[in-house]
Design a protein around this ligand. Structure first.
Ligand code: 1CP
Length: 338
């Protein structure tokens, strides 16, 4: 059997829509919580064997159409000499505060470009059935810069927004380094067995459209172009940024992945002739139980054409999500015959 996810990426007809869930290997799974009792997150993510085991957990429990390698957007940054920890989100040891800090970043050490993630991809691919796709991922340059400049996840990232306007040349140099490194990282993930890659721009939305166009677009566009030229299918995800949706739709990629704030049916109506779409059930609805989830899933399938639609949530599944909600979502998607 072929991989439904790849058919949908190419906007080919499918017998049913493919489904995967952002953060599908997360804390809503009892088997993940059990592993986390024995190992810190960083230990799980930095061992190829443990990361492979975690990547496969949701696939062993549920008939999902893709596995996503268990890692973090920070995983490749040791290649730039960046040190960080997790508590629970990333905490950067020495945040970037000036142009001199950017200049001091060493030339990328490709031996430290997350070799554990590359190994985990190889091991996961060997363990997966042929009809399950394997996804690699990275953080978008801006979302990575958010952690590097702010030092940690902070509401609305004020230090980052100040830096963008007080040190524009430094931000430009930082984004250029990150784009180049992420292009190499995604291409290496594809070579190790990732069928497609998702670029997470989780904090895209904190800038105005005007600032985004001037400061961010050129770097994201270069990253996407390089990865596309290498023949790697690209899923571009942006979070909490409805004002940027049309700008993202003009970037080179195969799939536009949006959060629940976006009208995905309207997005498909505007761009479905050139792009697949992915999403976008509000993850909070799953907290409301199986009936609420079933209704939301049915509404989604009703509104969005199946050609070129990958079903997913609009952001990561939340830790308290009942397993019955996940089953309900899967049942609705599997009940549709096209
Ligand atoms: O178990 C734990 O307590 C650690 C929680 C955790 C997990 C499970 C972190 C820390 N990262 C991860 C894994 C992770 N991160 C995956 C694995 C694949 C999957 O199961 O789906 C992925 C794709 C990510 C990507 C990621 N990390 C993003 C982009 C996606 C998104 O959620 O918007 C971001 C912004 C991060 C940063 C991060 N790392 C961890 C947390 C809790 C956060 C976000 C919160 C913060 O900024 O504090």
């Amino acid at each position: 059997m072929s991989k439904l996810l790849l058919n949908a990426i190419k906007r080919e007809p499918v017998p049913r829509r493919p489904l995967w869930i952002m953060r599908q290997a997360g804390r809503y799974l009892p088997e993940y919580r059990a592993l986390r009792k024995e190992h810190a997150f960083k230990d799980l993510a930095s061992s190829a064997e443990l990361a492979t085991q975690v990547t496969l957990l949701p696939i062993e429990r549920y008939p999902l159409d893709a596995a996503i390698v268990f890692a973090d957007i920070m995983s490749p940054l040791p290649a730039l000499g960046i040190e960080f920890d997790f508590a629970p989100g990333p905490i950067v040891a020495n945040p970037i505060a000036s142009a001199a800090d950017v200049d001091r970043l060493p030339e990328p050490n490709l031996d430290r470009l997350a070799p554990e993630v590359i190994d985990a991809l190889r091991m996961t691919r060997a363990a997966l059935d042929d009809d399950v796709a394997l996804l690699g991922f990275c953080g978008a340059p801006w979302t990575l810069a958010a952690y590097l400049v702010e030092g940690k996840g902070v509401k609305d990232f004020p230090t980052l927004r100040a830096f963008a306007h007080s040190e524009p040349a430094a931000l430009d140099a930082l984004l250029a380094k990150l784009s180049e490194l992420m292009a190499q990282y995604l291409i290496a993930q594809h070579a190790a067995g990732a069928d497609a890659v998702q670029i997470f721009d989780s904090w895209a939305g904190v800038l105005s459209l005007t600032s985004w166009e001037a400061q961010i677009r050129p770097h994201l566009e270069r990253l996407l172009t390089r990865v596309g030229e290498a023949g790697v299918p690209r899923i571009l995800f942006l979070q909490n940024a409805p004002h940027l949706m049309e700008a993202y739709a003009s970037l080179p990629c195969e799939v536009l992945a949006c959060d629940w704030r976006v009208d995905i049916a309207a997005l498909q109506a505007r761009h479905g002739d050139t792009r697949a779409v992915q999403g976008n059930i509000d993850p909070a609805i799953l907290l409301g139980g199986a009936d609420a989830t079933r209704a939301a899933a049915e509404r989604l399938l009703d509104r969005v054409s199946p050609l070129g639609h990958i079903v997913n949530l609009g952001h990561g599944i939340l830790p308290g999500t009942p397993l019955a909600s996940v089953s309900a979502l899967i049942d609705v998607v599997h009940a549709e015959t096209l």
